[in-house]
Design a protein around this ligand. Structure first.
Ligand code: THU
Length: 162
C-alpha cells in the first residue's frame, strides 16, 4: 500500500486593499455582478467576474429556474459566456462572491464541484493557471492559483483517450 498526500496552498487576506490591484478590481466587478443574480428559489445570489488576457471583464451570476436543475451557477454562466463570445482569449482570473438575506455570507464562497470541473477545462485548454479570488459579502478573502488546486484527482480529456 502507498499513501499519497496532496497539499493545497492559498492566500488569505483580511482586506481587499491588500490584494493585487487587478484582483481587487475584479472582486469589485463580482460585487456588481451579484446584484443581477436571478435567485428567487434559493435566495442565494452569486456573482462571478472573469479577467481576460486583453483586459476585458466578463460577468456572470446564478440564473435559477422553476424547474430547479435547469438553473446555472454564476461561474458557469461567466465561463460559458467567455467561451461563446471570446473564444481563444485566455482567462487570467475569476472573482466570486455571494449575497443572501437568508444565510450568512461572511465567509469566502468556494465554487461547487460542477463549476470546478467546467473551469478546469478552460484552464487546461489555455495551458495557464487561472487565479481564483473568493469572498462572501464581507470577511476574509481567499486567493488561489490554479483551478486544478480546487479539484484533486480531476478527470479530464486524458481519461477519454484510448
Ligand atoms: N451557486 C453558484 O452560483 N455558484 C456556486 O459555486 C455555488 C452555488 C448557486 C446555485 C444556486 O442558484 C444557488 O447558488 C444555491 O445553490
Amino acid at each position: 500500500m502507498n499513501k499519497k498526500v496532496l497539499t493545497v496552498e492559498w492566500e488569505v487576506y483580511d482586506r481587499k486593499e491588500d490584494l493585487p490591484t487587478s484582483d481587487a478590481q475584479l472582486l469589485d466587478a463580482a460585487f456588481e455582478a451579484v446584484k443581477n443574480a436571478y435567485a428567487p428559489y434559493s435566495g442565494f445570489s452569486v456573482g462571478a467576474a472573469l479577467l481576460l488576457e486583453n483586459g476585458d471583464v466578463v460577468k456572470g451570476n446564478n440564473q435559477e429556474n422553476a424547474a430547479y436543475p435547469s438553473g446555472l451557477c454564476a461561474e458557469r454562466v461567466a465561463f460559458f459566456w467567455a467561451g461563446a463570445n471570446h473564444p481563444g482569449k485566455k482567462i487570467k482570473a475569476v472573482a466570486i462572491t455571494a449575497l443572501s438575506e437568508k444565510v450568512n455570507t461572511d465567509h469566502p464562497i468556494t465554487p461547487c464541484g460542477a463549476c470546478r470541473q467546467s473551469m478546469l477545462e478552460y484552464e487546461m485548454n489555455q495551458g495557464e493557471n487561472i487565479t481564483i479570488i473568493m469572498q462572501g459579502s464581507t470577511g476574509k478573502i481567499y486567493r488561489m492559483e490554479g483551478v486544478k488546486n480546487l479539484l484533486p484527482l480531476y478527470f479530464n480529456e486524458e481519461g477519454l483517450k484510448s
